[in-house]
Design a protein around this ligand. Structure first.
Ligand code: ADP
Ligand code: MG
Length: 257
């Protein structure tokens, strides 16, 4: 596998003048341009229905009919290039049930590397490493249908990590997690050194996992910069259908009482 090859590439992810519409619909993304480097962690925020998931799907090649240019590790995200693209990028779906389709955690985490044609010994090494990274070695033999929501999310992330991607895309990873699992996920994500793009409604989660934030509205990038700045700008957030992260709103309350 290409493990870590992307680390030395400048602009590991590069999006230039990206526009996209679903058939017969208005433009969902309009002239989106940004790039990202290895090791960055970027929150993609914006009101419901604004195009966050659409952007994620474009990056992994699920919606190839876009305008503009999208490259990952210098490979254009195009239909005939998908094999190369998927060596570099992994997509953690919003719904973990869509990611786990074999019977046990171990089988699902082994699926990618095995499909890639690695020897069973190499597959085992990838599986061990991926399970260790999300701290679920004890779940390896467990049947997927017996996993809790939090365990499923970690297993889904392990199925991606076993392919050693340079870029990991996560769509609403904290949705449906209880506070303890959510906290656990934050610390696990902060240990993963791939380039991460994380969409979330949970702006506290973004604050805790992403030093950089991109705010989308009406298909365009409204702000792209330090999370601490963007996520503490109440007017900016309100103007685009969002609210201050709870942790910052609480600080305001403390300051004013
Ligand atoms: N498969 C699809 N076909 C047509 N329209 C879609 C499809 N998926 C999403 N949309 C529309 O595209 C817009 C953006 O959706 P989405 O990317 O899911 O937003 P977000 O993830 O920010 O909530 C919405 O108006 C949604 O209704
Ligand atoms: Mg979405």
């Amino acid at each position: 596998m290409q493990s870590g090859h992307g680390k030395d590439i400048k602009n590991l992810l590069k999006i230039d003048h990206l526009s996209f519409s679903y058939e017969d619909n208005n433009e969902v993304l309009s002239d989106v341009t940004f790039s990202a480097e290895s090791g960055e962690s970027i929150g993609i925020i914006g009101a419901n229905g604004i195009g966050k998931s659409t952007l994620m799907k474009i990056l992994v090649g699920l919606l190839p009919e876009y305008e503009g240019s999208v490259t990952i590790a210098n490979h254009a995200v195009k239909k005939d290039n998908l094999k190369h693209i998927r060596e570099h990028i992994g997509y953690v779906f919003q719904d973990s049930d869509n990611q786990l389709f074999l019977s046990t955690v171990e089988e699902d985490v082994a699926f990618g590397p095995r499909n890639y044609g690695l020897s069973e010994e190499e597959v085992l090494a990838c599986v061990n490493e991926a399970l260790a990274k999300v701290h679920i070695e004890d779940l390896r033999k467990k049947h997927n249908y017996k996993l809790s929501g939090g365990e499923k999310k970690l297993a889904a992330i392990a199925t991606i990590l076993s392919m050693k991607p340079d870029v990991i895309i996560m769509d609403e990873p904290s949705i449906a997690l209880d506070p303890r699992n959510r906290k656990n996920l934050i610390s696990i994500l902060n240990e993963i050194d791939a380039l991460k793009l994380i969409t979330s409604h949970d702006l506290d989660f973004i604050l805790d996992t992403c030093p950089r934030t991109i705010l989308l509205d009406e298909g365009r990038i409204i702000a792209d910069g330090e999370s601490e700045k963007i996520l503490s700008d109440e007017k900016l957030l309100c103007d685009h259908g969002l609210e201050l992260p709870l942790s910052l709103a609480r600080r305001d309350i403390r300051l004013t009482t």
